[in-house]
Design a protein around this ligand. Structure first.
Ligand SMILES: *[C@@H]1O[C@H](CO)[C@@H](O)[C@H](O)[C@H]1NC(C)=O
Ligand SMILES: *[C@@H]1O[C@H](CO)[C@@H](O)[C@H](O)[C@H]1NC(C)=O
Length: 558
């Protein structure tokens, strides 16, 4: 009898070792897209159907409580079992069985079903991409972070990987197969995964992640109490807790894009006529071209139209913040067109400041036509969840109030990170290697994320996919920007040099207003300069502080 009890206790301990047992983050209290019922699953226990058994009160459980908890903690699945036990998980393990086997009423609402005995009713958050589309290449290194076990682990799930042959790739593959967006290597041979990073985790100097990986001495696998942290945004919800659909200005449907109303300074990307139903908005939209400017595989987000100087400058900012995503995603040789895009944005800035009242978009585009644009699309109907009106932010310099126009503010493209200088290797802020500027780190443009993470690295055309950073993480934000620049330097500049400066559309020399990019260097010299610039970039940005910047949403950056 006694020994049986001990056995059970030991088994429970072993499970606790691989599972978080505490409530990590609070439930999501804001409206979110409802989870979808996905079936009834049998729990074979080892492994269990869903990874995390929440510590929630079992006596008053409902579907809503369980889903809000899973949503708040970044999980893809929510599951209910045995009248009121709530689980969350990133993968579902175990056989699906007939729906009729899920027949226990929930303790908190007996018209809902809470699985059965060792049987779970499983629901899916529909705002995730399929796991199959994600590879370990999608995990980006975001620096060295603390993992203080006294305060709880930074990442909750310990992947038991053979420590003696441990490599970074092995850990990333383990976290990916379990569907976790965060992965961390520690102490040369530990692998941790998680859906969220625990509350008390802090960025640490890179020098503190100094232990070689046991299975590959050329890689670093954290340090004592320090994690090399990786994140795959593709494994996170596209609409995390607090997400608000971007940009919903309202104009009467007849007026469509050519508004009969007084000129609106911050002109919409999309014109909508929302008809609120309970929590859904049905809207009819006229969509401007999805590709205002096209380079290779990359397509710019349309820049807003404008009618005066402030809105012209907002359009310029919108343009400039997209340059990094062009270099990142266009693919060689299309990426050579990004120099042209960058130049196009710069000429827009000049146009804003020299033309009286900032001119208008149509006259600018006539003078300086965009490259390979797409024609505007016609009207489509979409259904979205409504953002709560009280939290919508409004910026408009127009004196006459229009209808309830709301738009995400566009931050000024001034970088809080510094481009390094080297005389020997010939680079400086006005002359980065290969003419490729650092991606911009500036104020976060999403109101819900801004309080926690005031900064954002603009390296994707979809602002929701851009990484955001807390105030004390500015060195990591800049380190990530340095890395993006380095990758572009190798993939665009050095690659062109390797091919002898010849791309189908490029000339060996691309002249920009302020600099001439010469692709005549040999590949080895080009990669060396990219490398040196990267190292120097990390060094000059180690002490960068965001203090005093982006303190208020919609203002700034300074
Ligand atoms: C973070 O931890 C502190 C105490 O350490 C706690 O007061 C706070 O609620 C936690 N925040 C979240 C989001 O869990
Ligand atoms: C109980 O659940 C049913 C079905 O999901 C729902 O329609 C009803 O509003 C719930 N009742 C309460 C009090 O939440």
């Amino acid at each position: 009898m006694h020994s049986l009890k001990m056995l059970a206790a030991a088994a429970a301990l072993a499970v606790a070792g691989t599972q978080a047992t505490e409530l990590e983050l609070p439930p999501c209290l804001e409206p979110f897209r409802p989870f979808v019922y996905s079936g009834c699953f049998q729990d074979l226990r080892d492994p269990s159907v869903l990874q995390w058994r929440t510590p929630l009160d079992q006596q008053s459980m409902t579907e809503e409580i369980c889903m809000a908890t899973c949503k708040g903690n970044g999980f893809r699945y929510a599951g209910l079992t045995y009248y009121g036990v709530c689980y969350c998980g990133q993968t579902v393990k175990g056989p699906q069985i007939d729906d009729s086997m899920c027949n226990y009423p929930c303790t908190g609402n007996n018209s809902q079903t809470c699985g059965g005995d060792s049987i779970l009713s499983v629901f899916t958050d529909p705002t995730f991409l399929p796991v199959d589309e994600v590879t370990i290449e999608d995990y980006d290194h975001i620096g060295c972070w603390t993992d203080d076990s006294r305060l709880g682990r930074a990442l909750s799930y310990d992947m038991e990987i053979d420590s003696s042959t441990f490599t970074t790739e092995e850990c990333l593959a383990a976290c990916r197969s379990e569907g976790y967006p965060f992965a961390g290597t520690e102490f040369g041979g530990e692998c941790w995964c998680g859906s969220v990073i625990a509350n008390d985790t802090r960025a640490a100097p890179e020098s503190e992640c100094n232990m070689p990986c046991n299975g590959d001495g050329t890689q670093t696998c954290g340090g004592p109490g320090r994690l090399n942290l990786y994140v795959a945004d593709e494994l996170k919800s596209l609409e995390p807790c607090g997400y608000q659909p971007p940009v919903v200005p309202r104009v009467s449907s007849e007026s469509a894009l050519v508004s009969s109303q007084p000129a609106v300074s911050t002109t919409p990307l999309v014109v909508t006529t929302p008809t609120p139903t309970s929590s859904l908005c049905v809207s009819t939209q006229t969509v401007q071209p999805t590709c205002e400017y096209k380079c290779g595989n990359w397509c710019s987000k349309p820049i807003p139209t404008w009618s005066d100087i402030p809105s012209c400058k907002a359009a310029y900012s919108n343009c400039k913040l997209q340059v990094a995503s062009c270099f990142k995603s266009a693919g060689w040789p299309g990426s050579l067109g990004c120099f042209g895009f960058s130049l196009w944005c710069s000429s827009l800035e000049r146009y804003c400041s020299t033309t009286s009242r900032g001119g208008s978009k149509s006259s600018y585009c006539e003078k300086s036509p965009p490259n390979n644009p797409e024609p505007p699309k016609t009207i489509i109907t979409i259904t979205t969840t409504c953002a709560p009106a009280a939290t919508l932010t409004r910026i408009s310099t127009s004196t006459k109030p229009t209808t309830s126009a709301t738009i995400c503010p566009i931050p000024t493209p001034s970088n809080i990170c510094k481009q390094p200088t080297s005389k020997k290797y010939n680079f400086s802020p006005s002359n980065p290697v290969g003419g490729i500027d650092m991606p911009i780190v500036t104020c976060n443009d999403l109101s819900t994320d801004h309080p926690r993470n005031p900064f954002k690295l603009y390296a994707s055309p979809d602002t929701r996919k851009c990484k955001s950073f807390a105030r004390n993480q500015t060195p990591s934000a800049c380190a990530a920007a340095c890395k993006e620049q380095y990758e572009d330097c190798i993939e665009v500049y050095a690659e062109t040099c390797r091919r002898g400066g010849k791309g189908p559309k490029s000339r060996a020399v691309i002249e920009l207003e302020v600099r001439t990019v010469w692709f005549g260097e040999d590949y080895h010299t080009a990669t060396t300069r990219c490398n040196v610039q990267y190292d120097d970039c990390l060094a000059v940005n180690r002490g960068v502080s965001g203090s005093g910047k982006c303190t208020e949403f919609g203002r700034g950056p300074w």
